[in-house]
Write a protein that binds this ligand. Structure first.
Ligand SMILES: Cc1cc2nc3c(=O)[nH]c(=O)nc-3n(C[C@H](O)[C@H](O)[C@H](O)COP(=O)(O)OP(=O)(O)OC[C@H]3O[C@@H](n4cnc5c(N)ncnc54)[C@H](O)[C@@H]3O)c2cc1C
Length: 450
């Protein structure tokens, strides 16, 4: 029987990065993957959505290029070609992981992994032994039991990412991150979009002002947003799908060609282990702060774990910490500070605390909000409104959070993550000379305001 120091189950951003790091740390490592290398993130998540966003934004910019002094006789798009390009990007990155595995001498087993005891994994009836096991099996879209949900044309993000047909109208059930990014893509391609969200606002877990700002920006672009509404039934009528939703005491409906269901994701743990070998909570694996399950040498990370933040870089950071613990080394990442990004237009990026959260934690704060209308690069690039807000502790000026709603926010958050992680004060952030003209100058300006 082949024996390993570590067997990783799942090759998403949590699993494959952990395996590479484990090999670097000298652990004899194997990976079990039942689908493609790269997991949800590379094949059905982060990368494909951003590739389609790039194509759709480019098309939209061309349509509005006249204000930049550029005219086109006509502009059109080919959905099949956009999907092909997205697939090429994905394939290139997948090849990169495969090559890295080979160079690191990681054994890759294709198939569904099953843990039968603390040290045994079975793949396609082959039995492997491991000193440690890392579960990184991720998640898949949750499909709620709504009448008519299985109708043709009702899709999850997995299917929509491969839909080569031009979509004229799309209803999105769920106004979270995934729902909003698809609204961004298909709005830019000219589809009529309705978002139906059960909570009182889209992005309900995010800063209220950001969620209101993106809702206003979407409305300006004719994206219809219905909040406080629950879809109860879907009916197919020829080529149209009608979503019937309850809002307050009334039932209303909206018809569209396709429906995207984006109301959450479910951990992939069905058939992963026997009986109650590994403790779970609400269908997800329970772990401690070191990503350890109830079984001493079995760790779990990423989307399949309970109470997780479903982000690729969180899964990776957890995994790197776990393999360092397994190798007896200090952990490299502080998991308490995880930046989050949303690739709408304008982009959204947050790190650390909002003023409201700080207040709940009993921290007195001062904040500064710099409006991007005064930023040169923003004026050049867009007519969207936006802001950079910094939150600092009132007593010593230490930066504890930032919320960005502007062009390039998803890149700008890096500098602020560094500042918050290392306890820099607003004065220190303001003392840095930023290049001009850039979007990131706004960070310096907001810090000066503080
Ligand atoms: C549309 C969309 C857009 C997203 N955009 C972003 C983004 O921009 N930024 C971001 O940070 N996050 C984004 N996410 C979330 C991100 O994709 C996930 O948080 C991340 O992929 C989780 O990584 P993971 O390693 O835990 O699991 P996954 O990436 O889900 O990988 C798990 C892997 O395990 C395999 N597996 C499962 N069970 C078994 C088994 N028993 N045996 C063998 N293999 C198994 C699966 O096939 C899969 O390949 C997005 C998600 C979606 C759906």
């Amino acid at each position: 029987m082949e024996k390993y120091d570590l067997i990783v189950i799942g090759a998403g951003p949590g699993g494959y990065e952990s395996a590479l790091e484990a090999a670097k740390l000298g652990l004899k490592t194997a990976v079990v993957e039942e689908r493609e290398l790269g997991g949800t993130c590379l094949n059905r998540g982060c990368i494909p959505t951003k590739a389609l966003l790039h194509s759709s934004e480019m098309y939209n910019e061309i349509l509005h290029a006249q204000k930049l002094g550029i005219t086109f006789d006509s502009a059109s798009f080919d959905m099949q070609a956009m999907i092909n390009r997205k697939n090429e990007v994905v394939q290139t990155l997948r090849n990169g992981i495969e090559g890295a595995f080979k160079r690191a001498k990681i054994d890759l087993y294709a198939g569904k992994g099953k843990i039968t005891d603390a040290n045994t994994v079975i793949v396609n009836d082959k039995v492997f032994s491991a000193d440690h096991i890392l579960i990184a099996t991720g998640s898949t879209p949750f499909v709620p039991p709504i009448e008519g949900i299985n109708s043709d044309g009702v899709m999850t993000s997995d299917e929509l990412l491969d839909c080569t047909k031009k979509i004229e109208s799309l209803t999105i059930i769920g106004g979270g991150v995934i729902g909003l990014e698809f609204a961004q893509i298909y709005n830019a391609l000219g589809a009529e979009i309705t978002i139906i969200e059960a909570m009182e606002r889209v992005l309900p877990t995010l800063d209220r002002e950001i969620s209101q700002s993106i809702a206003m920006s979407f409305k300006k672009r004719n994206i219809k947003i219905v909040t406080g509404a629950m879809v109860e039934k879907i009916e197919q009528d020829g080529s149209l799908l009608t979503s019937h939703y309850r809002i307050a005491d009334k039932t209303e409906n909206v018809s569209s060609e396709k429906i995207l269901v984006a109301i959450g994701r479910r951990a992939n743990i069905a058939g992963l282990f026997d009986g109650d070998l590994i403790e779970t909570e609400r269908g997800q694996i329970k772990i401690d702060e070191h990503c350890r399950t109830n079984v001493k040498n079995i760790y779990a990370i990423g989307d399949c774990t309970y109470g997780t933040i479903q982000l690729a870089h969180y899964a990776t950071a957890q995994g790197l910490n776990a393999v360092h613990i397994i190798a007896g080394k200090p952990v490299p990442h502080d998991l308490s500070l995880i930046p989050s990004c949303i690739y709408t237009s304008p982009e959204i990026a947050c790190v650390g605390m909002t003023q409201d959260i700080a207040k709940l934690a009993g921290i007195e704060t001062k904040t500064a909000k710099y409006l991007m209308g005064a930023n040169g690069k923003t004026q050049i690039k867009t007519d969207e409104r936006g802001f950079v807000r910094l939150v600092a502790r009132a007593n010593d000026g230490v930066l504890i959070g930032a919320q960005l709603f502007c062009c390039n926010a998803t890149d700008m958050i890096g500098e602020l993550s560094l500042a918050v992680a290392h306890g820099l004060t607003a004065r220190q952030a303001a003392s840095v000379v930023h290049p001009h003209p850039t979007f990131v100058e706004a960070v310096g300006e907001a810090a000066k305001m503080l």
